[in-house]
Design a protein around this ligand. Structure first.
Ligand SMILES: Nc1ncnc2c1ncn2[C@@H]1O[C@H](COP(=O)(O)OP(=O)(O)OP(=O)(O)O)[C@@H](O)[C@H]1O
Length: 381
């Protein structure tokens, strides 16, 4: 386990912030301020220190500071110092021109591919956008679960993007008219390889997460029974070798060309997998539970993954981003959440509109008042 903690965060022309600096001591951080004060903006900035589009999935142009009368957002930057086993490393990301469609990532001043951020950063997050996770389509649940997989296995993102690229190309060939069968076979071979690796990684995370949740049995969050509904993930979960899943997926795709062409989409493969969550004590699907219970179930998954990663033998310990979570929990669950965060020594970033929500965390965390564009420490000792 590599101990990592952000010790300084600097935002430049990012969302509502002109220039803001936040020195950190590695303990959890709670951000308080009224609606619209810029709390989520700050969490989003932290989330951009990992590869991907951050916790809002926003475009780069949207994130640049836009003042009244300015047509487009400015070029923006998020810089951080990350201590890795006590050694400071400088990380930075942002755009170099206003409205840019590409972002740059710097590690110790050198430009590197965004994927390199995953060498030093693991993050797990929960935001209000996930409140309806159990009620809406499979796509959001798949993305939510894939993020948990990605936090454990950064290569998952590369497999998923290789898969999506080949999927789009295969559909284009199938729908654009007579397709070159050799080219189709080559794409299906790539889909088989990336798809089998994705299914295997999802099955590994599912089983490790289920064990973690089972062991955490006495915590005041509802117990969950997890499963993945896709046949490819199920095969992986039953111990079918990855090469065999790959061969079966390639064969299934080859025999489904006409059907997929007629449907205009690929009808089988891990892009269709879904995460199913059952409230174990009630033996009821999450979608049929109360709003508060659903929130506590998702939190149990997110915390379970953070706990598992924080005890892993290798890799950086995770940073946890919890946007507007505290306000949705009763006091007992809130206290349990804070105890867990401090016991695991997680650098968590939590937001809320009222200071009293974090009463039980005082003395164990840094409190920050967020006010539109400035940040001020609260006296929390
Ligand atoms: N590109 C931008 N340029 C300038 N301001 C922006 C930009 N994007 C968002 N904002 C502003 O940031 C504010 C929203 O901040 P944020 O979502 O962080 O609030 P919050 O403190 O999390 O609020 P809540 O408690 O309501 O969730 C809004 O006032 C919005 O206008």
């Amino acid at each position: 386990m590599t101990r990592t903690a952000l010790t300084r965060l600097t935002l430049t022309d990012f969302r509502s912030y002109g220039r803001a600096e936040l020195p950190l001591d590695g303990r959890p951080v709670y951000l308080i301020g009224p609606n619209g004060a810029g709390k989520t903006n700050l969490l989003e900035a932290v989330s951009l220190l990992t590869p991907g589009r951050g916790l809002r999935g926003a475009s780069l142009a949207e994130m640049g500071r836009r003042l009244p009368g300015e047509g487009q957002g400015r070029a923006w930057a998020v810089a951080a110092t990350l201590e890795i086993d006590g050694e400071p490393v400088r990380l930075g990301t942002g755009t170099e021109v206003a409205g840019a469609v590409r972002r740059t990532v710097r590690l110790e001043g050198e430009t590197v591919p965004p994927g390199r951020l995953a060498d030093h950063q693991r993050q797990v997050w929960l935001t209000p956008a996930q409140d309806r996770l159990f009620l809406e389509g499979a796509g959001d649940r798949r993305r939510f679960f894939d993020r948990l997989v990605f936090a454990a296995e950064p290569a998952h993102a590369a497999h998923a993007s290789a898969y999506e690229k080949s999927q789009r190309e295969r559909m284009r060939l199938l729908t654009d008219g007579p397709a070159d069968p050799d080219w189709l076979s080559a794409l299906e071979a790539r889909l088989g390889e990336a798809g089998a690796l994705m299914a295997a990684a999802r099955a590994r995370t599912l089983s490790a997460l289920q064990n973690e949740i089972d062991e955490r049995g006495d915590r005041p969050f509802p117990q969950a029974r997890l499963s993945l509904s896709g046949p490819w993930e199920q095969m992986a979960g039953q111990g079918v070798a990855t090469e065999d899943i790959e061969a079966r997926l390639v064969a299934a795709l080859a025999s489904a060309r006409e059907r997929d062409a007629a449907a205009g989409r690929m009808l089988t493969g891990p892009h269709r997998g879904d995460l199913e969550v059952i409230h174990a004590e009630k033996d009821r699907p999450a979608a049929e539970c109360s709003t508060g219970e659903q929130k506590a179930l998702i939190l149990n998954l997110v915390l379970g993954q953070a706990a598992r990663l924080s005890r892993a033998e290798s890799g950086p310990n995770p940073i946890l981003l919890l946007d507007e979570v505290a306000a949705h929990l009763d006091r007992r669950r809130r206290a349990a959440l804070f105890d867990e965060i401090t016991a695991l020594k997680l650098q968590a970033f939590l937001t809320g509109t009222d200071e009293h929500l974090f009463e039980d965390l005082k003395g164990r965390a840094q409190g920050v008042h967020v006010d539109g564009s400035s940040l001020a420490y609260l006296d929390t000792e």
